[in-house]
Design a protein around this ligand. Structure first.
Ligand SMILES: Cc1cc2nc3c(=O)[nH]c(=O)nc-3n(C[C@H](O)[C@H](O)[C@H](O)COP(=O)(O)OP(=O)(O)OC[C@H]3O[C@@H](n4cnc5c(N)ncnc54)[C@H](O)[C@@H]3O)c2cc1C
Length: 299
């Protein structure tokens, strides 16, 4: 693992940790007082921060929209419509749910795709995995249902302009933290970082947030570019590149792995291992391209 503390992969690979957190979670779940309590103060001039302090936060689902065969967008409303998330860039939120028929709650992190400064609501994009405990539960939620969040998980400590450019490599649903970063950088007028995104998916349908990414490329043509690669294209004559995220592809994208660049990676285990290496196969494509471990962050 590179510099990340708890990657998508590591999260899934730590049943013991998850059970311990779960047990802690159960206690807190039942003793929490924060259910749907507005966190704002009428006399306070500053909008309140929903995830700014301690305690669990329960939010009501406002809408659930199907994106494709396995993905939905879920919008949760804040109790105070002027409140903002209070999250820092690259954060995720740890959700707690009690899928039907399960005694213990299930804890899973999800990454907001709405602006972290957005007042009134927060939006997630959730991929449903076959027999996935949490993702199946989240997909079953209807407007008016609630979901509880236990904690905010900080990701990479982003500092505007610390790097001249960044390479972002996403696979499938791993686009969510990558998109949050793209959005945070480009929407900050003081941040001039250039962004090169490589997004690998199975089929064209899996190109999540495609319209949003295209809009950013139109707005920031000198600072933001992306390349899509589709391993199993289903459309005849698709203009998109066919194949996986390979060394050859990245050699064409990465102009200079210099010290003032950084790479962010989020995708399925096989893709992440081939990029950053694994215990069984140390090294990895990014190492061969000249990036050091310190230059690589795995969500
Ligand atoms: C920091 C962080 C942020 C995340 N943000 C998002 C997000 O914004 N949107 C989102 O959809 N997910 C996100 N995830 C993944 C999410 O937390 C869950 O792991 C995912 O929803 C599956 O949970 P589950 O309980 O449904 O599946 P489980 O019951 O844990 O697993 C069911 C089956 O699905 C497989 N599976 C589970 N997760 C994955 C995976 N990531 N890749 C491949 N196979 C898998 C398992 O191997 C198993 O076979 C994030 C993870 C982390 C660590």
């Amino acid at each position: 693992m590179a510099t990340s503390r708890l990657s998508w992969q590591a999260w899934r690979a730590r049943p013991l940790l998850v059970s311990s957190v779960t047990l802690l979670g159960v206690g807190a779940f039942y003793t929490s007082r924060s259910f749907l309590l507005p966190t704002g103060h009428a006399e306070s001039p500053e909008p309140s921060k929903v995830f700014g302090g301690f305690g669990f936060t329960t939010l009501r689902l406002k809408s659930s929209t199907t994106v494709n065969h396995n993905t939905k967008r879920l919008v949760f409303e804040f109790p105070d419509e002027a409140a903002t998330s209070g999250l820092s860039l690259t954060s995720a939120l740890l959700s707690i749910s009690r899928p039907e028929g399960r005694w213990l709650p299930v804890l899973r992190p999800y990454t907001p795709i709405s602006s972290l400064e957005q007042p009134g609501f927060i939006e997630f994009m959730v991929k449903k995995y076959p027999n996935g405990k949490s993702s199946t539960h989240l997909h079953s939620l209807k407007p008016g249902d609630t979901l509880t969040f236990a904690a905010a998980l900080k990701g990479f400590p982003w500092t505007p302009n610390k790097f001249s450019q960044v390479y972002l490599i996403a696979g499938g649903a791993g686009i969510t933290p990558i998109y949050q970063l793209v959005r945070g950088i480009l929407e900050n007028p003081n941040d001039k970082t250039k962004i090169n995104l490589v997004f690998g998916v199975n089929t064209e349908q899996d190109l999540l947030l495609r319209d949003e990414l295209e809009e950013y490329r139109n707005r920031f043509p000198d600072r933001f570019n992306y390349l899509y690669t589709v391993s199993h294209p289903q459309e005849q004559g698709s203009p998109l590149r066919k194949g996986y995220v390979t060394e050859e592809l990245l050699r064409n994208v990465v102009q200079d792995p210099g010290k003032d660049t950084h790479v962010f990676v989020c995708g399925p285990p096989g893709m992440e291992d081939s990029l950053v290496g694994s215990r069984c196969a140390p090294g990895g494509i990014l190492g061969r391209l000249g990036f050091t471990k310190e230059q690589i962050y795995k969500f």
